[in-house]
Design a protein around this ligand. Sequence first.
Ligand code: GAR
Length: 268
Amino acid sequence: MANQIRIGALISGGGTNLQAIIDSCESGAIDGRMVFVGTDNPRAKGLARAEACQIPSFIVDYGAIIRQFRDDPDPRALPRDFDIEEISTRQTLVSKDADQEKINRFLQTRAIAEAALIREMERRPFDLLVLAGFMRNLTPYFIDRVNTTPGSPRIMNIHPALLPAFPGVDGYGDTFRYGCKVGGCTVHFIDYGEDSGPIIGQAAFDILEDDTLDSVKKKGLALEWKLYPECIQKFAENRLKTVKMTYTLDNGRIYERTVVKVVENRLL
Ligand code: GAR
């Protein structure tokens, strides 16, 4: 179909969300097709899902890249268009109070890995990049090379918690251990922060007395498989509009935030 969007995915693990998206493309619930699956993890089980559906895949082994640069920090390994000063001022992933050496090493190794991702992705043009259990934070080096049209973000993520609660690597675990009565998942566009970008959709479930971490994860994942395709379809229908909102608080302070509006009719 001519008006199908081209979707690229990055994964790190089992890829059940990837599968839900592929299935939704197949069934027509998403007007789109998956054009590549990339991973940072050579052992990602989700790679077999891509293969079974004949979707091209690639691996950028972050672990190996990080070890290699730690053992031999050769500046020639860095991408030629990488400017550490510029990325340092924009990044918000590592505290600016942290040791500069540590910040530099993080940004340098990620830029090497992210440049490799971009090289692979450039071979397969895409409209939307979905992070489907991709467990690496992406830095401004990568984000700015994918989000090239101001005001039109095109990197989506799914997070296993009701953001802004419980960002990080263990959303369901953090929700369960905190003793929450409600858990959930969030689909959002990424920005420079960790799980902090504008929210597209959320779904929630009750956490009951007899729930365990395992049952919480099961409930959450079942919601993710529904929510993610729905949000992607809204993108495919061009119904997601990011707008800067300004709110004046009672104390006179002005609070600004970019939010996603879901419009009824397809935007021209
Ligand atoms: C999902 O629960 C997803 O929300 C989470 O990883 C799991 C991947 O499962 N993502 C994150 O925690 C990202 N910070 P899957 O590989 O079976 O789709």
